[in-house]
Design a protein around this ligand. Sequence first.
Ligand code: KIV
Length: 257
Amino acid sequence: MNKKIKKILSKKNKSKIICLTAYSKNIASILDRYCDLILVGDSLGSVLYNYKSTKEVTLKTMINHSKSVRLGVKKSLMVVDMPYNTYRNSHEALKNAKLVIKKTKCDAIKLEGGKKIISIVKSLVKNKIPVMGHLGILPQTDKKFTFKGKKQSERNRIIKDAKLLEAAGIFSIVLECVETKLSKKITEMINIPTIGIGSSVNCDGQVLVIDDLLGLGKTKLKFVKKYLDLNKIIEGAIKRYRSDVLNKQFPKAKHSF
Ligand code: KIV
């Protein structure tokens, strides 16, 4: 087993697992110093491309951003999201997962879903492809983005899916917007780490979309904590640059040849 995956597994019940998304090299190289896991999430579709849904994200886009992220990631586990319609059956999933790993040198891939994708997950794991799962809100296929676990039937289904995914051989699972008590139950029930986003403190680790944490963009999601108002900081710098250029304060002789 990949040493970085072993390290993630060893943190279960010991210390929290720190995860963030990254879409390019410079940010990834900062995150790499503080994260256990860096995810090239297909959230890049909405964050960078203004797509209405992650359904529009292509394999080529994921590969290109992941190649950039790879240049910044040295020590963390790098996971790449398989986009919508790239793992509809075992054959397609294996072909595309192999391509992603070959082109990006990532350590693992992530797939959304439970029971429906179990045979696909099993086949990937059998072919030595490390797989991370994703339950709760499934942005690739869900119509409504409301938290999961309100109804008992939904709770039972997510619990069952988590057990099935663990048995199929995934090494970890993202729980997206899963109700507090349900995320606790799942985290206690399975032996692999759960990584929460909008799923309370009960998960083994936490992930956020980096642009949300930094205050780039205009997200107002309940589960996001904005640690910085980078929009404001960038705007300030650009205003000073504009003023310097207009007033011939930049470039100066020291910037010239
Ligand atoms: O696409 C993504 O960034 C994700 C995280 C929100 C977990 O899947």
